[in-house]
Ligand binder design. Structure first.
Ligand code: NDP
Length: 453
């Protein structure tokens, strides 16, 4: 079977050269599927994996816009429609200078399995642009979003493809994108999720990824009869996922001691309490400032600027019980993983997508710590996006409590699915295998039913 994994990897590397993140994501999944494919030769015969690694459709387009100085700027826009076997394409848009085809293909591929795990009928997709919203005025962001949607609108729709936010795409960007879609399509429809509450958004959507990640982590702790009360946690990032991860951890009695952005990180030994978190939310969501300002406001906290010459991230080198990487891909390498283990961390829950390198993942699995891969742990965001779609279709809104309960139930179900699939396929306690296998089976069976498409 090893040779089948090699065959798939050879195919992917030959067909998609220069896309290391995509190769990494595929490799992790196909390695998990060895036993499944051995027990089910029908999937191999139907070339299910070969079809899954090939996007159903890739759209790439020019996004010209005019900056505040009157200069013409040109960015590149993308939408990867990866797999629609179990529902319309669904997945976020990322605006970040590092965006290129390979990053979005990795994210779209992960999304297929993640969406399958949520139990909701959603296929997988992802999109975005190399546009950097940082330092741009609101009007520049609006002009960019309008130009981006002017092309994207012809490829999406409430029953076709429903984008949402991701890095660099929050409430402000979704608003501008939705406004332009509505204008072009001449209809008010649930074509995007993460909308404002007054115009079709769902309660709990902003909180969903962070809350969901902590709900999943709490389920993992419960398998050892523990709770978050009194636990010390490291959180990276200071955006949407990091903020609501911190909020839920505080509610459950944990202490969060770190947050970061791409310029550096803060370590607050006393813990980030409610008041300090409110400061971070205002700093990041309204003033759009840097995390460094936290240490200016709370001088007992230590700010460490990011140092690209280091071979590790010092944020992961503090004594703690749990870690919640919630910034970006490959932010925990092998050395960081060793630091975490040496500092007492025995739970790692990925709010971000693929934040741990393969070397780090191997270390966590070898040590038998509670380790949740992003496609399971951060599925709460897209799950509540699915609930937003359901509410839009019904033209009805659930209460905050109702959505939160549904989110909590979904995260518990995903946890149970992972545990069950991992044991059924011979690796009990391995959430990576559990998530990949459970996510794969639903999509693979739908593809088998639908013929060669
Ligand atoms: P935001 O844009 O709100 O925040 C991202 C945070 O990560 C910021 O603090 C940002 O710092 C930091 N960051 C981004 N890129 C880098 C980088 N290359 N190096 C260091 N720090 C970086 O994004 P989200 O919170 O929405 O997303 C965070 C992660 O969670 C991503 O991996 C995303 O794919 C994943 N995710 C998000 C979901 C959602 O619902 N939003 C759902 C599921 C997964 P700076 O401001 O300096 O760039």
């Amino acid at each position: 079977m090893g040779s089948y994994v090699d065959e798939i990897m050879e195919l992917v590397q030959r067909r998609s050269p220069g896309e290391p993140e995509f190769h990494q994501a595929v490799q992790e999944v196909v390695e998990s599927l060895e036993l499944v494919l051995e027990r089910h030769p029908e999937y191999r015969k139907a070339k299910i994996v070969e079809r899954m690694v090939e996007p159903e459709r890739v759209v790439m387009f020019r996004v010209p816009w005019i900056d505040d100085q009157g200069e013409i700027q040109v960015n590149r826009g993308f939408r990867i429609e990866m797999n629609s076997a179990i529902g319309p394409y669904k997945g976020g848009l990322r605006f970040h200078p590092s965006v290129y085809l390979g990053i979005l293909k990795f994210l779209a591929f992960e999304q297929v399995f993640k969406n399958s795990l949520t139990t909701l009928p959603m296929g997988g997709g992802k999109g975005g642009s190399d546009f950097d919203p940082k330092g741009k005025s609101d009007m520049e962001v609006m002009r960019f979003c309008q130009s981006f949607m002017t092309e994207l609108f012809r490829h999406i729709g409430p029953n076709t493809d429903v984008p949402a936010g991701d890095i660099g795409v929050g409430g402000r960007e979704i608003g501008y994108l939705f406004g332009q879609y509505k204008r072009l399509a001449n209809e008010f429809t649930g074509v995007l999720t993460g909308k404002g509450l007054g115009w079709g958004g769902s309660l709990i959507r902003p909180e969903a990824t962070g809350y969901g990640s902590v709900y999943f982590a709490a389920e993992m702790l419960a398998t050892r009869g523990e709770t978050f009360e009194g636990k010390t946690c490291l959180v990276s990032g200071s955006g949407n996922v990091a903020q609501y991860t911190t909020e839920k951890l505080l509610q459950l009695g944990a202490k969060v001691v770190t947050l970061s952005d791409s310029s550096g990180y803060i370590y607050d030994e006393e813990g980030i309490d409610r008041e300090k978190l409110d400061f971070v939310m205002e700093l990041k969501n309204v003033r759009r400032g840097r995390i460094r300002e936290y240490a200016e406001k709370y001088p007992h906290a230590i700010y460490t600027p990011a140092d690209p010459t280091l071979d590790h991230n010092p944020l992961w080198n503090h004594t703690a019980d749990a870690a919640f990487p919630s910034a970006t891909q490959n932010e925990i390498n092998g050395k960081d993983a060793r630091h975490l283990l040496d500092n007492g961390v025995y739970l790692v829950c990925e709010g971000a997508n693929m934040p741990t390198t393969p070397e780090g993942v191997e270390l966590f699995i070898d040590k038998g710590i509670l380790y949740a891969p992003g496609k399971a742990a951060n599925a709460g965001g897209v799950a509540v996006s699915g609930l937003e779609m359901a509410q839009n279709s019904m033209r009805f809104n659930w209460t905050r409590d109702e959505v939160d309960k549904r989110l909590h139930t979904i995260m518990k179900t995903i946890h149970a699915e992972c545990v069950d699939a991992a044991s059924r396929y011979g690796t009990p306690g391995n959430y990576v295998n559990g998530a990949n296998i459970a996510g794969f089976l639903k999509v693979a069976n739908a593809m088998m039913d639908q013929g060669v498409v």
